[in-house]
Design a protein around this ligand. Sequence first.
Ligand SMILES: NC(=O)c1ccc[n+]([C@@H]2O[C@H](COP(=O)([O-])OP(=O)(O)OC[C@H]3O[C@@H](n4cnc5c(N)ncnc54)[C@H](O)[C@@H]3O)[C@@H](O)[C@H]2O)c1
Length: 339
Amino acid sequence: MQDRVIKIGVAGLGRLGIMHAKNIAYKIKNVELTAICDSNNKNLLKYKQQLNIEYGYASFPEMLENKELDAIAIITPSAFHCDQIELSLEAGFHVFCEKPLGVNLEDSTKAKKAVFDHPDKVFMLGFMRRFDPSYKYAKKKVDDGEIGQPILFRSYSVDPISSIDSVLSYIPHSAGQFVDMAVHDIDLARWFLKSEPKSIYAIGGCFAYPEFGEYGDGDNVSALMQFENNAMAFFLAGRTAPHGYNVETEIIGTKSTLRIGSVPQKNLVEIIDQNGVRKECSQSFHERFEDAFKNEMQEFVDCILENRKPEVNVEDGVQSSKIAELATKSFKTNSLIKL
Ligand SMILES: NC(=O)c1ccc[n+]([C@@H]2O[C@H](COP(=O)([O-])OP(=O)(O)OC[C@H]3O[C@@H](n4cnc5c(N)ncnc54)[C@H](O)[C@@H]3O)[C@@H](O)[C@H]2O)c1
């Protein structure tokens, strides 16, 4: 690998941003965490000191004036992503941006134009599940034809009820379950099925927390989609898993079925006690996808160093955000939507 070191500025040091910042600072090769940015001054000062970073900014545009940087990682609330992508590319930086690309099609289209206007820059979207070793393994089997023709894709993404307080404070800027959470499953469905949906019908409700209803959202929502290649897809996105962070996926094919994480587990340890035999579960996205977050950021850095484009591109962002937006519309209007 090259000796060159990519200097990154991370914007947004919240639930996920601080994990990316620490990965860049300590766990990724050929990279340096050179600057951090957070509009919350208290947060900024705390991490500037803790991570011993030379540059700290409360203003995103100010960080872009730092020409020592090569790249910007955007981990701010979703509504800021598209503007910040555009500003960063125009200022001459490579860009990594967390999912979702945008919270509406207009924003996503604007970000796509900015990426297309800067073909010399690397742009990567953070669909980290594609970098999880188990998802990668399953994808290779599907691509190699081992499951035959895919018939049904099923995926569940449910946050643990233990994190409900943090989730409730996050709802106002989450853009809703479909855009915030189910967008991962939508991306996986497109990735595994290698096709685009032609129809979608979404339902859901507030089963435990009416607070979601105030934002036109549900605490658990689901949708059924049919793809252009006629494969079916079903997903559930929720916030109330009693046992932990539950992400599972199944792909049924004409020759075999693959299941990823269908029994949620923290590790391979089985506990045998007076209640029987059990396994503990991961309690957060940080824990379940620890490797995936590192792998995706390493891929971003390697793409810059090797002058190549990442597999997860802006088009994946536009498509998944568009489908999530239509799912939200279907949920709100209780109608089948043809794409
Ligand atoms: N890949 C995943 O599984 C995953 C998991 C969690 C969050 N995310 C995504 O990461 C992003 C951040 O989510 P989070 O849960 O960390 O949010 P958060 O609310 O915990 O943190 C956001 C941080 O950004 C800061 N901020 C707000 N506006 C800013 C601005 N204009 N410039 C700079 N800083 C600003 C806030 O002060 C806060 O510290 C969201 O887009 C979310 O969808 C992805």
